[in-house]
Design a protein around this ligand. Structure first.
Ligand SMILES: [Ca+2]
Ligand SMILES: [Ca+2]
Length: 240
């Protein structure tokens, strides 16, 4: 009888001890997790993006598309990048699946002009098209900001953003964004949402991926079958 009691006591003592150890460890793990998150944030700075003048106000409601992200009507909010991140795409060469744009020039993509007015966008032919920026050397890509066309609320279809060190995008291709949910382009079905173009542009997380080339796909939009770009900005860190 006494022996049994002792056994129970011993067992409960062991359980208490064990719980204490587990709690201690989880606390330690949580603390070290917090510490590493804090030290990460300390090295990060807010990405400053020069935005063009807004061309329309209010919340568009007439857009019908199957995979649209919720419209908040609020500004994007800050995006943090490692200190030393620079705009690395300005005036860099641009190529495209459409070598003869319908309107404008491919160089408009990286000329720093983001106005939504006529005369600032390049128009590529109908259906699936890509544009590609050559950064001339590899960078650790932190963010890509895309302005397709922002003088009217519209959604571009099958937006896919890929980066690579291979100019032909055969080897080492990393997909950073893909909202082609039904795999129209054949690059794989994407899980990102469709979005309405605004003067803020669409910011895509580069996740520090090392790459020299950025390729962007689209496949017409909710207003017409054509593909447009006002500007694309790539922000990166030099590879040490
Ligand atoms: Ca431009
Ligand atoms: Ca699709």
């Amino acid at each position: 009888m006494i022996k049994g009691d002792q056994e129970i006591k011993m067992r409960s003592l062991n359980t208490t001890k064990l719980l204490g150890i587990i709690l201690g460890w989880s606390l330690l793990l949580t603390m070290s997790g917090l510490a590493s998150a804090q030290s990460q944030d300390k090295d990060k700075v807010e990405l400053k993006i020069q935005l063009p003048k807004p061309m329309f106000v209010g919340t568009p409601r007439n857009i019908k598309t199957p995979n649209l992200e919720p419209i908040t009507g609020k500004p994007r909010g800050p995006f943090y990048v490692p200190a030393g991140t620079q705009l690395v795409s300005l005036n860099k060469p641009v190529t495209s699946s459409d070598r003869q744009p319908v309107i404008g020039e491919l160089s408009y993509l990286t000329d720093g002009e983001k106005s939504g007015e006529d005369g600032y966008f390049v128009e590529l032919g109908p259906g699936p098209q890509w544009v590609q920026i050559d950064l001339k050397e590899p960078y650790l890509i932190q963010a890509i900001v895309i302005w397709h066309y922002h003088s009217q609320a519209r959604v571009y279809r099958d937006v896919v953003v890929q980066v690579s060190e291979d100019k032909d995008f055969i080897n080492g291709v990393v997909t950073l964004f893909n909202n082609d949910h039904d795999n129209t382009l054949g690059l794989g079905a994407g899980r990102d949402r469709e979005y309405i173009e605004t003067y803020e542009g669409k910011l895509i997380d580069g996740r520090g991926t090392k790459a020299r080339y950025v390729r962007l796909w689209s496949n017409g939009n909710t207003s017409n079958d054509m593909n447009h770009y006002v500007e694309v900005e790539v922000y990166g860190l030099p590879v040490k």
